[in-house]
Design a protein around this ligand. Structure first.
Ligand SMILES: [Zn+2]
Length: 437
């Protein structure tokens, strides 16, 4: 009797099955779009994908069908380097970091087709609760991966005041890594930069301690870097990935060989960051673009286009050098790709003026401008992003993966700007709302 009662009590809820059909499929693994495709989704997972003419006939009687004639379907996009929750309009302050603001940002990313984001070290601990709640269900906003609080050298570059706890030595650094791991960080992030020789740089014994502690906890260590020589030393120290391009000089064969041999990933190229940091020093065309505008509040949009803002940006001490760093990042990401180094797509969006969601589409456009094909840019933002994060059930539209996908009105393999022709975004098989801030 007890056994029968248990069996009845644990009977699964009726499965929810949807058949999506008649679209052209870009599955994230590369190659041309496959016309007349179909996908069967049960409880948010893909259980079948193939030609629309061959959809299995034995489906539940209550299955829903969504016909997508003339549409293109690509995997949900992944941004491997973002920050969220700390900005209100164009002001950054840790006091804005609330669950509500975090979730508002995740909804913005999702509306732009970015169904997964990786936050790089500026989260408060409520992020773990948001993430764990998402992972227990079928989320209606972007899935998130988090480093918790990234590791900052005291007095040095990086982090957000009031969130990150700067460290002064290797012992403190290892303890801070252990603290993030104990909370459930998905990876460890640290900053190694001197902000163009204006701040002290994290010393080598601390970066080594961070990397070793991350690995001892079974986590990957990802670094913010700027200089070629730092990138080389970190590869020798066992780093797993870089979340920015080298920007001081061209990457050389010694670095690309070492990255390839040690399987170090260029997690993010942040090309859109390198241009966004100076783009608003003069009237910027995207301020008039509705696809850009919908990510921002009216107040933020007005301020970003204001004469005061342009003056402040253009009077920054490094303003004249910034276009050179952008060009260097563009060239170096292309060099890494050509040398067979693994890479994914990340924007460093989130801080004021680096616009959530929009930035990822700009990033793909810039990758293509730097010499990647549209197919490569889309793979960087899908399959390769999932690989960089170790997310086995995301990134491609294949059997057993989550049904996270973007429905487009035009073919992005023909013109990368067609990634912006978004008709609908689905996470775990359910359409998510579009967002107007
Ligand atoms: Zn960042």
């Amino acid at each position: 009797m007890a056994v029968a009662a248990t069996a009845i009590g644990s009977a699964p809820a009726l499965a929810e099955t949807t058949v999506f059909r008649n679209f052209s499929l870009i599955d994230g693994r590369g190659g041309a779009a496959r016309p007349d495709s179909a996908m069967v989704v049960t409880d948010g997972r893909i259980i079948w994908v193939g030609a629309a003419s061959q959809v299995p006939t034995q489906l539940p009687a209550d299955s829903q069908t969504v016909t997508l004639d003339g549409k293109f379907v690509m995997p949900g996009l992944i941004d491997t380097h973002i920050h969220l929750g700390n900005v209100h309009d164009l002001k950054l302050n840790e006091q804005y970091y609330t669950r509500e603001n975090v979730e508002a940002d995740l909804k913005t990313y999702a509306a732009y087709g970015f169904t997964t984001v990786a936050i790089m070290g500026t989260d408060k601990d409520v992020i773990f609760s948001v993430r764990n709640a998402e992972r227990a269900t079928r989320p209606s906003m972007a899935r998130l991966f988090t480093a918790g609080q990234g590791i900052v050298f005291r007095g040095g570059y990086g982090g957000v005041p009031g969130i990150n706890r700067p460290v002064t030595n290797a012992k403190e650094a290892a303890a801070e890594v252990d603290a993030q791991a104990a909370k459930g960080a998905d990876y460890i992030k640290f900053w190694l930069d001197d902000e163009l020789a204006t701040m002290p740089k994290m010393p080598p014994e601390i970066s080594q301690a961070v990397i070793d502690a991350a690995h001892r906890n079974g986590l990957k260590a990802f670094a913010h870097i700027f200089y070629l020589e730092d990138a080389k030393r970190l590869v020798a120290q066992g780093i797993d990935g870089f979340v920015h391009s080298v920007r001081d000089q061209p990457v050389d064969k010694a670095l690309t060989d070492a990255m390839r041999q040690k399987n170090v990933v260029q997690v993010a190229g942040t090309l859109s960051r390198e241009i966004a940091v100076y783009a608003y020093g003069k009237p910027a065309p995207q301020l008039e673009d509705p696809f850009f505008q919908q990510a921002l509040s009216p107040a933020a949009l007005a301020e970003l286009g204001s004469a005061e803002r342009q003056k402040a940006v253009s009077q920054s001490p490094f303003y004249k050098r910034l276009p050179g760093f952008f060009d260097r990042a563009m060239d170096n990401l292309k060099r890494l790709g050509a040398a067979g180094v693994r890479y994914a797509l990340g924007t460093d969006s989130g801080p004021p003026g680096r616009v959530a969601g929009y930035s990822g589409h700009w990033e793909m456009e810039l990758m293509v401008r730097s010499g990647f094909t549209p197919d490569e840019a889309i793979q960087a933002a899908t399959a390769r992003g999932a690989e960089a994060l170790g997310a086995d059930d995301l990134g491609t539209l294949e059997r057993a993966k989550w049904a996270d996908f973007v429905v487009l009105d035009a073919n992005p393999l023909r013109d990368i700007k067609n990634t912006r022709a978004i008709d609908a975004v689905y996470i775990a098989g359910r359409q998510v709302p579009s967002v107007k801030r």
